[in-house]
Design a protein around this ligand. Structure first.
Ligand code: PXP
Length: 243
């Protein structure tokens, strides 16, 4: 088994959360994107939510222009978001389930149960040259659904792993490892993310098929104490140490 390089996509949504708390322009997610690039991040991830609680429409072009890094746009499977993605042409679009009342993306996308709704969306984004990713629970039926939809990437939801305690940690890690292997065997590039921290990232980063991790809340939280460049650099080092 060849271990691939593992990219780090940094989700900068919560820089915008802090900005929006006061309604002004500070702190600017553009500056965060520039620091991520300096610190060795491989991509910028943003989630334009339906309620615009953090990243706003006007942030997209500004963040895209701020660095040479690829932009990964997390988006709900709605016509509005597809139009925005087609207009902005991010490098990648990660389709996520979205419920207005949730605090964060709490579960994976039901790719298996929503084939007919997702198929035209995946096709439109793919036809526009955008790399489509589906944010799914680490379950075989969701990988199979991603294959049927022709999605080139799946992002495996690591939330259950991150929240597990005791013996359940190993069980959840095994699910992610098995599903990363299943995806790769079927020609789908596996990514992972959600709830990853300095303490829990390494067992996930060691899964050889994974090509990218997307990490946000913890890195922005740590940046309050040590700065964003340092938090991204440390996460990179922890990931690199197990590849
Ligand atoms: N990947 C996806 C698809 C997400 O929706 C999120 C949360 O926005 C993340 C990764 C990052 O999760 P966290 O902020 O917990 O690191």
């Amino acid at each position: 088994m060849v271990t691939r390089p593992l990219r780090l996509g940094v989700n900068i949504d919560h820089v915008a959360t802090i900005r929006n708390a006061r309604g002004g322009e500070h702190p600017d997610p553009v500056r965060a994107a520039q620091i991520v690039a300096q610190a060795g991040g491989d991509g910028i991830t943003v989630h334009l939510r339906e309620d615009r609680r953090h990243i706003r429409d006007e942030d997209l072009a500004r963040v895209q222009a701020a660095t040479g890094l690829p932009l990964n746009l997390e988006m709900a499977a709605t016509d509005e978001m597809v139009e925005i993605a087609l207009r902005h042409q991010p490098h990648a679009a990660c389709i996520v389930p979205e419920r207005r009342e949730e605090r964060t993306t709490e579960g994976g996308l039901d790719a298996a149960g929503q084939h007919n709704r997702l198929a035209p969306i995946v096709a439109r984004l793919r036809d526009a040259g955008i790399r489509v990713s589906l944010f799914i629970a680490p379950e075989a039926r969701q990988i199979e659904a991603a294959m049927q939809l022709g999605a080139p990437i799946v992002e495996l939801h690591t939330g259950e792993y991150a929240h597990a305690t005791g013996d359940q940690v190993a069980v959840e890690l095994r699910r992610i490892a098995d599903m990363a292997a299943l995806a790769a065997k079927n020609g789908i590039e596996p990514h992972a993310g959600h709830g990853l921290t300095y303490d829990n990232v390494q067992p996930v980063a060691a899964i050889p098929q994974l090509a990218e991790l997307n990490i946000g809340h913890y890195l922005i939280g740590e940046a309050i104490f040590c700065g964003l460049e340092a938090s991204v650099t440390k996460m990179r080092e922890l990931m690199d140490a197990v590849r």
